[in-house]
Write a protein that binds this ligand. Structure first.
Ligand code: AHR
Length: 512
């Protein structure tokens, strides 16, 4: 029998990355494909409530646990007139959405979204259109959304049946305006000036708003890093976050590199932090800009023929990727990376929530189910609380074409001082060997295993479908025990693992 490679890591509350911001577990609802229509909203569906929201989807959203949801785009927002989506539904105009060559009915708009977020128990994060529109329209939307009454836009909201302002705190200043595919695409100077003046005015309205300037659409853009530098030179005093977007594509067949996607995310975060801090230093500003990783996921981009291949229609089926076991492991590893950067990444939104590259799939008039990627997200969102501990495993490395040598084991841990719970999240990115992981727990002598879950499968291409919605899900490993301040577990090849440890003597858990 070949020897299983071993890895050691230590969990110690003295080594901390930063507090877990619950906004790291965000999601995204765009007017795109079936994300809204027949995704979260489907009047007439057997499970729809009186407002047309699918309660089967709401139940899955509750289980998934996103904390903040970005809306209404995405590329869609760069051509959107928010006024089209408010007021009596029968008077709302249908419009051409040039981003996705779709016919937008506007049956769902701002007030429906806000009502849905209240039901889902999530925080809204709104994007303003800085593509085809500008500061005036953004301010009018802000007045409609957040001002109590007695002005044109706030009273308009009241005539629409919403007496109290929503007090939305987080606002994105446009979307991906570095991209030539974007309606209203701009140079970094053009966007930086517009974003700065819009942000300055929005902060005049309410200095406590949290504003996100657009970073690059992806790290492969020719202007990556210089875009962020220029935009932040214009906007630094007025914004709180710069955005990052990244999609990891399995479709070129290089599975070793795909499994190492978190290395790409890691590098991108380091580059944007360095760029933002460079601008801060230049401007002699001690404030630190945080990162809003407000679009990330696995996306089989080569299956998408591009916007020009689309035919005009309402509610097209767009990028409805079906995810497998490997994709779920990669999503788990991306969440680990976000946690490992909890000191600088304050917001992250998996793109998107339902149907469009989403963890939740639905059939119009039919069922809703969990994709494979649902599971690592749901468990991480539920259990990663408190403080992220600095975890440095002495892992063997894997050679990859895209990212060079990467550690086979990718891990992080959180420690919730209130509950006493420590949670280890780990991924074995290797395709052939299991890993034997020994966790040094001497700083937590009372630690006992409360739960050990693994997501892996002999068939790494297995997926969930309407017919087999639970084909892939995490399985409990029983009888995992600590032994004299250490814990040893074996991680299968291509697997995601979560181990919850209770450290308070009185807390529940599997006694050793
Ligand atoms: O999430 C799908 C699309 O990807 C978004 O509309 C856009 O912002 C990104 O390019």
């Amino acid at each position: 029998m070949p020897k299983v490679p071993t890895v050691r890591l230590t969990l110690d509350p003295g080594f901390r990355v930063g507090a877990v911001d619950r906004r790291l577990f965000g999601s995204f609802v765009e007017h795109m494909g079936r994300s809204v229509y027949t995704g979260i909203y489907e009047p007439g569906h057997p499970a729809a409530d009186p407002e047309g929201f699918r309660t089967d989807v709401l139940a899955l959203v509750g289980e998934l646990g996103p904390t903040v949801i970005r809306y209404p785009g995405g590329n869609f927002v760069s051509g959107y007139r928010w006024e089209d989506g408010v007021g009596p539904v029968e008077q709302r105009p249908s419009r051409l959405d040039l981003a996705w060559r779709s016919v937008e009915s506007n049956a769902f708009g701002l007030n429906e979204f806000m009502a849905w977020t209240a039901k889902a128990g999530v925080e809204p994060m709104l994007a303003v259109n800085l593509g085809t529109r500008g500061t005036t329209e953004a301010l009018e939307l802000l007045e409609y959304t957040n001002y109590p009454s007695g002005t044109a836009r706030s009273d308009l909201r009241r005539t629409h049946g919403v007496a109290d302002p929503y007090d939305v705190r987080m606002w994105c200043l446009g979307n991906e305006l570095d991209g030539p595919w974007q309606m209203g695409h701009k140079t970094a100077d053009e966007y930086g000036r517009l974003a700065a003046e819009t942000a300055r005015a929005m902060k005049r309205f309410d200095a406590g708003l949290e504003l996100v300037a657009c970073g690059s659409s992806n790290a492969g853009m020719d202007t990556f890093a210089s875009w962020e530098a220029t935009v932040l030179e214009h906007t630094y005093p007025f914004v709180d976050y710069v955005s990052l977007h990244a999609y990891y594509d399995p479709s070129d067949g290089d599975t070793d590199s795909f499994l190492a996607s978190a290395a790409g995310m890691d590098e991108m975060i380091d580059s944007v932090v360095a760029t933002a801090d460079h601008v801060g230093a230049k401007l002699r500003d001690t404030k630190k800009i945080k990162l809003s990783f407000d679009e990330w996921n696995v996306w089989y981009q080569s299956r998408f023929g591009g916007e020009s291949s689309l035919q005009w229609q309402p509610v097209p089926e767009l990028i409805e990727d079906v995810y497998d076991v490997t994709d779920a492991v990669v999503v788990g590893s991306l969440l680990i990376t976000l946690l490992r950067h909890a000191d600088r990444v304050g917001v992250a939104c998996q793109a998107q929530l339902a149907n469009v590259i989403g963890p939740i799939m639905t059939r119009p008039g039919g069922p809703a189910w969990r994709q494979t990627i649902f599971h690592p997200f749901a468990r991480t969102a539920r259990h990663a609380r408190g403080t992220v501990l600095r975890v440095e495993p002495d892992s063997p490395v894997l050679e990859t074409a895209k990212y060079g040598a990467v550690p086979a084991l990718w891990a992080t841990a959180t420690h919730d001082e209130d509950s006493g719970e420590i949670v280890l999240f780990a991924v074995n990115r290797g395709r052939t060997d299991p890993l034997s992981v020994t966790v040094d727990l001497r700083a937590f002598p009372a630690a006992r295993v409360a739960e050990h879950l693994v997501l892996s499968d002999a068939d790494t291409t297995a997926a969930n479908t309407a017919e087999q919605p639970d084909r892939v899900r995490p399985r409990a490993v029983v009888d995992t025990k600590t032994d004299d301040g250490t814990l040893t577990v074996e991680l299968p090849a291509v697997s995601w693992t979560m181990i919850r440890l209770s450290t308070h003597a009185s807390a529940g858990g599997t006694a050793n």
